[in-house]
Design a protein around this ligand. Structure first.
Ligand code: ATP
Length: 332
């Protein structure tokens, strides 16, 4: 809902001093409260510039950015930055401070008392899977990249900000840990409902993490702002189509759960059909189908594994087409 936008860009352009062209131009978009917006695009298209204008690390050349209805250029920059969580790729932990001290940085600046700060740090370190009892007294150099990134997330959340800015937060992490961290952030977000601006150059990550995606093109403009499914199903331009690349249909299967699709009675299920939980994605169902000789999977209930129906390859394909049709109806 437009009225519930927490962050709004209106006609925002940034040209760096001496630069021949704008780093980003004519930006207009809104981020609904509690949503994750992923900013994606090729290197140098202006993603980081866009993000840094929200907490005024960079000032726009023209246009207006508002946060909860307030023009950010009218808010004290230090107070603004303390009210917004910020996570970057290189983590940026203070090397000579312990993990606990790092997470406590903003609460200290805000004048929280010792007890409150300690309890908050302990709560957050537990939440991100680097418990204070094991890690609190270590220094950043004594952590793995994945652990340091978790601490970076805890630090950004310390003062419970409404908004999180995340600039390629998992960009330097190995692929397995990266998938783990993505899953954990999504799990946290289901409880936290923060408004998150998440920069990535990886379209797969943008699709997985975003409630909405903003695709920037190499001309420093917004090429498409839409749901991940709509970007994959209906790229707004040749540029977006090329950027999305091959495999858009497969990607879309990752966005739907088996439980969203009407199932067929399991009475006729063949004995060698693979079994898969209804909470799995259609992509996982297809993977199971391709690994078996059966033409359907048996879908089981999340609690207890009781069979609740079957899903065939044809039904899976139909489900994707129907979803596309329904979206077109909504778009009209
Ligand atoms: N401080 C600066 N001074 C001058 N030009 C800059 C500055 N920061 C960025 N730029 C230029 O602005 C453009 C956008 O840069 P930005 O860092 O926002 O892109 P990006 O999409 O985040 O790129 P990447 O994915 O490579 O990090 C680039 O052409 C860059 O060279």
């Amino acid at each position: 809902m437009i009225d519930d936008a927490l962050i709004a860009f209106e006609g925002v352009t940034k040209t760096y001093p001496g630069a021949g062209r704008a780093a980003i131009s004519g930006l207009d978009f809104r981020i609904p409260r509690g949503a994750i917006l992923t900013l994606v695009g090729p290197s140098g298209c202006g993603k980081t510039t866009t993000m840094k204008m929200v907490n005024r690390l960079i000032e726009p050349s023209s246009g207006r950015i508002s946060l909860d209805g307030k023009d950010v250029s009218k808010v004290d920059a230090t107070a603004l930055r303390r009210s917004i969580g910020y996570v970057i790729q290189q983590v940026g932990l203070f090397p000579h401070h312990t993990i606990s001290q790092n997470v406590a940085a903003v609460p200290r600046l805000l004048g929280w008392d010792k007890r409150r700060t300690h309890d908050r740090v302990a709560e957050l370190l537990d939440l991100v899977g680097v418990p204070m009892s094991d890690f609190g007294d270590r220094y950043p150099a004594q952590l793995s990249g994945g652990q340091a990134q978790r601490v970076g997330v805890a630090r950004a959340l310390a003062a419970n900000p409404d908004v999180l800015l995340m600039d390629e937060p998992f960009g330097a992490i190995d692929p397995i840990t990266r998938v783990e961290l993505q899953g954990e952030l999504l799990r946290l977000q289901r409880e936290m409902h923060k408004t998150i601006l998440f920069v990535t150059h990886d379209i797969d990550e943008a699709v997985k993490m975003g409630d909405r995606i903003a695709v920037f093109d190499s001309n420093a403009t917004l090429a498409q702002y839409d749901t991940p499914d709509a970007v994959l199903a209906r790229p707004a331009s040749d540029f977006v189509r090329r950027f999305v690349g091959d495999g858009a249909a497969l990607q879309r299967l990752k966005l739907r759960r088996i439980s969203d699709v009407p199932l067929v009675d399991f009475a006729d299920a063949s004995a060698d059909a693979p079994r898969i939980a209804g909470s799995s994605t259609l992509h996982q169902a297809l993977d199971a189908l391709l690994h078996s000789h059966a033409d359907h999977v048996v879908v089981t209930a999340v609690d207890g594994g009781r069979p609740v129906g079957t899903l065939s390859f044809d039904r899976l394909r139909l489900a994707l087409r129907e979803a596309e049709g329904a979206e077109r109806e909504v778009a009209r």
